[in-house]
Design a protein around this ligand. Structure first.
Ligand SMILES: [Fe+2]
Length: 354
């Protein structure tokens, strides 16, 4: 299977994965052939890409980091909790703790942890999906850092609730499709302190989890908010969630901008943004997050285009690629595969549509 943007897919293409709606119900089943009306509906729902099964991607398997069902349940839980808050402004974190335990069990029994962005994201469900993805990304980073189970649970709960303070920010500011004014941005910044206060008042939540809401926008070089804390003065769990939050936000479509590819975000975190984050945390993060996820298109310096077939864990920027188009953009009749870790003169220049 391979991931294809809606604008590049051909009508009649076969879906490789079932697409679910925001309530967890089936929208389009695996194996269905896509028609114009389905594509229109997906666009209306803010879905911009799907997985297809075709000859060029035959036998490419994608492993989910946690079960799709667990991911959907977690998303529904966050959605329900946020909607309930409108009617009763207290948070019951009991269910969140159980969900974090479930996610953690699946991660810890997974013998090859690799986050490969396999979930199809929808702009409309961003807030809920973001909470779940930040939780997963934070947990795998914490696992890499050798956290014990108790600390991982605290990290997971805080990560899932890191943006809970946004419930107290006016919707018209949160959903504003254009650039925020200075005053509006100041208002948004308050979600850190408000989230912390909200969590602190909730029954059964640890201070470490609550602090994540407070500190996830602080930056290692002191350029963040609310307190411009620096370095190790920012609690380690907040330093982890800071990277997970930026990674998931930048790899998601938003109302006001298109998403970046995982390799572009990897490059940002490890170069331009490197001073914003704790380097030890960056090292653990990039170890488990795929730079070029399996099933996505890439262009090589030879001008050939292909699909990532397998990761190379020891060389994350040099996966195995199935060449589909040669340098003259002629589709190949037999697809050769090239293991980029074996050829130093061949490398990926960018992600692309194939
Ligand atoms: Fe935030």
């Amino acid at each position: 299977m391979r991931k294809v943007k809606l604008e590049s897919l051909q009508i009649g293409a076969k879906l490789a994965r079932t697409i679910f709606n925001s309530e967890g119900g089936v929208l389009l089943s695996k194996g269905m052939e896509l028609r114009d009306c389905y594509v229109t509906k997906l666009k209306q729902l803010g879905i911009s890409e799907v997985y297809l099964e075709d000859d060029i991607s035959a036998d490419i398997e994608l492993k989910d980091i946690i079960k799709g069902k667990t991911h959907r349940e977690a998303k529904t839980l966050v959605k329900r909790m946020m909607s309930n808050y409108q009617f009763s402004p207290t948070l019951d974190v009991k269910e969140v703790k159980l969900m974090v335990n479930k996610i953690l069990d699946e991660l810890l029994t997974n013998d090859d942890i690799l986050y490969n962005l396999s979930e199809i994201k929808s702009v409309d469900d961003y807030t809920f999906e973001h909470s779940v993805n930040v939780c997963i990304l934070s947990l795998i980073t914490g696992i890499g850092l050798g956290f014990d189970i108790h600390r991982l649970r605290e990290l997971g709960v805080g990560a899932m609730m890191h943006d809970i303070g946004k419930l107290c920010i006016p919707m018209e500011i949160l959903k504003k499709p254009s650039q925020l004014t200075v005053e509006e941005f100041e208002e948004i910044k308050k979600h850190t302190v408000l989230g912390y206060e909200l969590l602190k008042k909730s029954k059964g939540i640890s201070m470490i989890s609550a602090y994540i809401a407070f500190g996830h926008h602080e930056r290692y070089d002191g350029s963040g908010y609310p307190l411009q804390l620096k370095g190790d003065n920012i609690q380690i769990c907040a330093r982890i969630v800071a990277i997970a939050d930026v990674y998931d936000a930048l790899t998601s479509d938003r109302v006001y901008r298109k998403k970046l590819r995982p390799n572009e975000v990897y490059e940002y975190i490890t170069t331009l943004g490197v001073n914003h984050f704790d380097r030890t945390v960056i090292e653990s993060f990039v170890k488990y997050v795929s730079v070029y996820p399996v099933g996505t298109g890439v262009m090589l310096n030879t001008k050939e285009r292909g699909i990532v077939v397998r990761d190379n864990r020891s060389a994350p920027t040099r996966p195995v690629v199935r060449i589909v188009y040669n340098s003259k953009m002629q589709k190949q009749s037999i697809y050769k595969e090239i293991d980029l870790s074996m050829f130093t003169n061949v490398f990926i220049v960018d992600g692309c549509e194939v």
